[in-house]
Design a protein around this ligand. Structure first.
Ligand code: CA
Ligand code: CA
Length: 384
């Protein structure tokens, strides 16, 4: 690795951990866990087990509906009371228990109704925002000495993180093998400076950090969803399902989301059995019961809540139905205590049953708030 980019890789070490899959066990210093990853990572195709199916109580949707038409590109989500979280012990790294413990326990939540974007925000939509405002995303801005005081001046270069398949099979315990910091990568150049978004108008915008997403939402007269709003919407009024569409990953043998099939993360390993190798245009699969597309897969979606590993636990301990939760007051990830993180939801085109199954509707991801990558985007909501 060149000296020039060394520091930024060091910086990205923590970032990629969180932004990629949020699999905190993966980076545990405990060798025991690492060994388990090696043992199980490539043979994980069994149906996930659920430990407490009875923890889910029926979803009770609100009956009221606003008069008039929904804003363009949005659908009405009635809100109501539902059971939030995941109790799938085997999520992600198969037989490694507890990977999804940040999504447990199941707890009861109420949210008011709201409108939600049917799709992830697209390049075309984001371009309108940029043209109207002159907004410059974080990935397009040169990093500053203030933010990275120990970095050399020549290392302060614009760019973002891009998935890069490995030449051959690798152990899945070192994510640096399939991510690279690409100078010049940004939303208009998703694979790097030689790439562009021509013909990708309907693809989700990527390489956006939290503040980019929030700025777009404000300009559009919208806002980012809370984590509870995102999950209520993703569940589509159903109760305790594994996925946004039901409990079967492939009903009638057909994939319902753009995720990853094949040998992860090797070159030409993505078989595209779901119809897409890599990122896809939005809305290529059937919507969920609320008319929302890609609530699983394609790109991760920023939500507004701070990420705290034990937030659900604290809500559950109250023993009450929590009304319109806005997330914890502070971020807290014991694996990266200095990283400032907010929540990602839904998984991406890189999620696979070999490694990251966070397309499961109740599970959570997380990301450092000023870190972007080519598998993270967002969608907005609007209150009435
Ligand atoms: Ca795919
Ligand atoms: Ca998505």
């Amino acid at each position: 690795m060149k000296n020039k980019t060394f520091w930024i890789f060091a910086f990205l070490t923590i970032f990629i951990i969180s932004i990629t899959y949020g699999v905190t066990k993966l980076i545990s210093p405990k060798e025991k866990v690492k060994e388990k990853v090696k043992e199980t990572a490539l043979e994980c195709h069994e149906t996930p087990n659920t430990s407490e199916p009875s923890a889910f109580k029926p979803t009770i949707e609100n009956k009221n509906k606003p008069s008039g038409k929904a804003p363009e590109g949005m659908v009405w989500i009635p809100g109501g009371e539902f059971s939030m979280g995941s109790n799938v012990e085997d999520e992600s790294l198969c037989s490694i228990k507890g990977v999804t413990k940040d999504a447990a326990p199941i707890h009861r939540v109420y949210v008011d109704g709201y409108y939600m974007d049917k799709t992830e925000v697209t390049n075309e939509e984001f371009e309108k925002f940029v043209k109207a405002t002159g907004y410059v995303t974080v990935a397009e801005q040169k990093p500053t000495k203030e933010e990275f005081p120990t970095a050399n001046e020549e290392d302060l270069i614009t760019g973002s993180v891009v998935f890069t398949p490995t030449p051959s099979a690798v152990n899945l315990n070192n994510f640096l093998q399939w991510w690279r910091y690409e100078p010049g990568a940004d939303w208009k150049h998703p694979e790097g400076p030689q790439s562009n978004i021509k013909g990708k108008e309907k693809y989700p915008v990527v390489h956006v950090v939290y503040e980019d997403a929030a700025a777009y939402a404000k300009w559009a007269g919208k806002r980012l969803p809370t984590e509870a709003e995102w999950e209520f919407a993703a569940r589509g009024g159903k109760t305790g399902n594994l996925y946004a569409w039901g409990n079967d990953l492939k009903p009638k043998g057909k994939f319902q989301a753009n995720i990853y099939q094949g040998h992860f993360p090797i070159k030409d390993g993505d078989t595209g059995e779901d119809g897409f190798k890599g990122i896809a245009p939005t809305a290529q699969f059937a919507p969920n019961a609320y008319g929302l597309y890609d609530m699983a897969g394609n790109v991760w979606e920023w939500v507004n809540d701070w990420y705290s590993v034990d937030y659900y636990k604290s809500l559950a301990e109250s023993g009450k139905t929590v009304k319109n939760p806005q997330g914890p007051n502070a971020y807290y990830d014991p694996n990266d205590p200095t990283e400032i993180k907010r929540v990602h939801r839904g998984g991406s085109f890189l999620c696979t049953d070999q490694y990251c199954t966070r397309y499961m509707v109740g599970t959570r991801g997380k990301g450092e708030i000023r870190s972007a990558a080519n598998h993270v985007g967002f969608r907005c909501v609007k209150s009435i």
